[in-house]
Design a protein around this ligand. Structure first.
Ligand SMILES: [Zn+2]
Length: 323
């Protein structure tokens, strides 16, 4: 990639846009349009991360690192320069498309009673939560036309996995949650496979920029677990979208001193328990403190709340969590 192509890439991906897509939030405005916020690259307690949107540069007074959007991607995702470039190029193509698809799905949610009924059945109803998680609904048609009207060619939609090879919307009757660089679709019908992702990587921990500020973080398996806990007032929570953490998610959990509360499903076959024991062991080997929250048999956090559990009862489980 020559100098000109590099400059072009940097122009097309403003640093601030990229940071905000990773959930970074500015805390304080400075002169010259610059911003200060918590540093996403180290365990920051008070805002030491300076962003200059005009120059598209950052500098952290805590860890002393700084540079452009490519440098940021290198450090944040722990990548070498060429891989960071590849990731940014992919992101440049995909991010606006996923944003538009998310907008479409969000508009559909309240137009489809079956979607709202499903959310209610899973204990999700608070408007602030639906807003916070940007929850939408894929009715199974309409997305392709909507995106093609905005100028996206069908090939781009197929490549992203939003439209299948026959030209139909890929997500049908699914509740949709936007992730970083992906969309998770949960089927509301028992006839279809429950979980679906687009072909890109599942990304890091869910809403990590918010969770990582807390000295104690609760890790759950699924987004519906995340949803009911957030709704009950537990905001020190994150989700790995499964019990197996990818390298980036593991690294995020270890990015500062904290206690990690593992709250996986209490499956009857013991698989959730086994996964949490393994993860606790692995985290412990990296110097992290862990506790395991033990749910009543057969429960996951979602069913615990849906079947009448409340914040006070869950808090009691947190306090009696096993080392
Ligand atoms: Zn820093």
């Amino acid at each position: 990639m020559n100098r000109q192509a590099l400059d072009e890439l940097k122009q097309q991906i403003p640093l601030l846009d990229y940071l905000q897509a990773q959930d970074w939030q500015p805390v304080r405005r400075l002169s010259g349009g610059r911003w200060m916020g918590l540093c996403p690259l180290h365990a920051d307690r008070k805002p030491s991360f300076l962003v200059d949107p005009g120059k598209s540069l950052f500098y952290c007074y805590g860890c002393g690192r700084g540079g452009d959007v490519i440098r940021f991607a290198e450090i944040y995702h722990d990548l070498k320069f060429p891989q960071a470039l590849a990731l940014l190029r992919q992101w440049r193509g995909l991010a606006p498309l996923l944003q538009q698809a998310t907008d479409f799905y969000r508009l559909q949610l309240h137009r489809h009673t079956e979607a709202v009924a499903y959310l209610q059945q899973r204990g999700v109803g608070l408007p602030e939560l639906i807003e916070h998680m940007r929850i939408g609904y894929a009715p199974g048609r309409g997305l392709r036309a909507w995106l093609m009207q905005s100028g996206y060619p069908r090939s781009a939609l197929q490549q992203a996995g939003l439209v299948n090879s026959l030209g139909y919307d890929a997500y049908v009757h699914r509740i949709v949650f936007p992730l970083e660089g992906n969309l998770y679709g949960r089927s509301i019908s028992a006839a279809a496979p429950p979980h679906r992702f687009l072909p890109s990587p599942k990304g890091g921990l869910y809403a990590w920029e918010q969770a990582r500020r807390y000295p104690e973080v609760i890790l759950v398996e699924g987004l519906f677990d995340y949803a009911v806990l957030w709704q009950a007032g537990f905001h020190n929570i994150t989700c790995a979208l499964g019990t197996h953490l990818n390298a980036r998610q593991f690294q995020q959990l270890c990015d500062g001193p904290r206690t990690v509360y593992l709250c996986f499903d209490a499956d009857s076959n013991g698989s959730g328990q086994q996964a949490s024991e393994q993860l606790a062991h692995h985290l412990g080997a990296h110097g992290m403190l862990t506790r395991r929250i033990v749910l009543p048999a057969g429960h996951d956090p979602n069913s615990f709340f849906v079947q009448g559990g409340d914040a006070r009862q869950f808090q009691a489980l947190v306090e009696t969590a096993q080392p």
